[in-house]
Design a protein around this ligand. Structure first.
Ligand code: ADP
Ligand code: MG
Length: 255
């Protein structure tokens, strides 16, 4: 049935900033196991939607459920612990910490999975530390940063910083991962690597919401795409359908 297939349901979301409706009655149904694209012109409300889904903003109206449970109104950390992780439009890393330490910061927030519960309950700092470092190493390998584990984040090339941010989000062991313009500012080879990693994340069973302006990335990884314009949903469909849609071409793709 509907609720079983959908991991997240945002229902009639309104987000008002003073006189501006950044989101105006937007519905978003995210099917489990998919990569769901969210595209639209600058200022159309994409990041605002992500901030509503992660509890940074309390929507003016509407509600969000994740795995059938109401999450709108919960704090960002409660929502993260329930399984929604994110990256930000502007990279937010701890610059003076190494790549490994940045991943550890994400891991230390993980108390949802039984392994961590047991380790934390055992009060063995050493066992916890050994397990956490092993897990950090495996995440760094997954995002292709194993050679750079001991580099300070600020010294990594920009494309690698983006991947590290994704790694830190994965450390939360999320069911749903939100990526806000991960390809922005990347070189062509970096974008290719990012695209492969997004596909790998999907294959590992994580559902993804992807905000992205690079249409080649959207076309190659998304199963379904929602298009926003001035805070409203103007189209939804497969990447091929979206590319043909007259309203989408006029509002976004045309220029
Ligand atoms: P997008 O990510 O699609 O480029 P945003 O969601 O960042 O767009 O912004 C949508 C609209 O909401 C813009 O007009 C933006 O200026 C406005 N907006 C976003 N956040 C705030 C805020 N915290 N206060 C006031 N206006 C905001
Ligand atoms: Mg944005």
């Amino acid at each position: 049935n509907q609720t079983g297939r959908n991991i997240l349901n945002a229902d009639q979301i309104v987000m008002q900033f003073g006189g501006l409706k950044a989101l105006n009655r937007v519905d978003l149904l995210i099917e489990k196991g998919t990569v769901h694209g969210l595209i639209g012109p600058n200022g159309s409300g994409k990041s605002t939607m992500m901030n509503v889904l992660t509890g940074i903003y309390l929507p003016t109206d509407g509600k969000v459920t994740y795995g059938g449970a109401l999450i709108s109104g919960k704090t960002p950390s409660a929502i993260a612990l329930s399984g929604i992780a994110r990256t930000f439009q502007n990279v937010q890393l701890f610059g003076e910490m190494t790549a490994t330490e940045n991943i550890l910061v994400g891991l230390h927030h993980t108390f949802g999975s039984s392994l961590w519960d047991i380790l934390v309950a055992s009060r063995s700092d050493r066992l916890y530390e050994v397990a956490a470092r092993q897990r950090a190493a495996s995440i760094l390998r997954f995002v292709g940063l194993d050679d750079l584990a001991d580099e300070e984040a600020r010294n990594l090339p920009y494309g690698k910083q983006r991947l590290l941010e994704i790694g830190r989000a994965l450390a939360l062991n999320p069911g749903l991962l939100l990526l806000d313009e991960p390809a922005a500012g990347l070189t062509a080879p970096d974008i290719k690597e990012l695209t492969q990693i997004i596909k790998k994340i999907k294959e590992s069973g994580v559902t993804i919401i992807l905000i992205e302006h690079h249409m080649d990335v959207v076309m190659s990884v998304c199963d379904i795409v929602t298009v926003l314009d001035f805070g409203q949903k103007i189209a939804e469909g497969s990447p091929a359908e979206i590319q043909q849609d007259a309203r989408v071409i006029e509002a976004y793709l045309g220029g």
